[in-house]
Design a protein around this ligand. Sequence first.
Ligand code: MN
Length: 231
Amino acid sequence: MSYVFPPPAPVSVPVVGRAEHFPVHRIYCVGRNYEDHAKEMGHTGREAPFFFLKPADAVLVATPGNTAVMPYPTLTSNLHHEIELVVAIGLGGHHIKATDAAKHIFGYAVGLDMTRRDLQNDMKKQGRPWCIGKGFDQSAPIGPITPAAQVPDIGQAAISLQVNGQDRQRSTVAKLIWNIAETIEQLSSAWALQPGDLIYTGTPEGVGAVVRGDTMVGAVTGLEPISVRVE
Ligand code: MN
């Protein structure tokens, strides 16, 4: 096979304790999956899960001990942080039952669903797609993936985000409206999941703006924390 130009290198994320990286296929995101976040966005709380995507190359890897740099994106003056637990799919499938979901999970990571909130809100008002608000370059910072067997209590993990050392978001994965297994069941009824898919499972309450010079530190119990500076 030859190509009309060199194909891009695969997008990948490091794996804790392994030399091999996790190659990224797609990035799925769950909308409004914590009740108090749904309320702060003007909704009532529990609703059927809904999904959107980011391009795979929106990944921005934040390695342990380093601060990744995220350029402040164009066209926005209201860049929001959303701390999220990310589920990494290792075994694909269509119509996966919640009771079978665990065996499809390779591992977990800490991620940020960065959002151009002003553009997202404009699109919502006009009934247009969210892509420009959600799927921009470097909009998916992520830390290394920890294999699932090393994180037995992910469903009870604390999740938090600090900006410049101050708490902005703090909750627990137990408050997911649709838990990890239910999310995989719903998502895999709409798309055939593939190895390499990442699922950003939703953010708890406390989303807010960051500006140039801010450093975000995100954590989920049992996973490598991430540090990202906006420049
Ligand atoms: Mn989100």
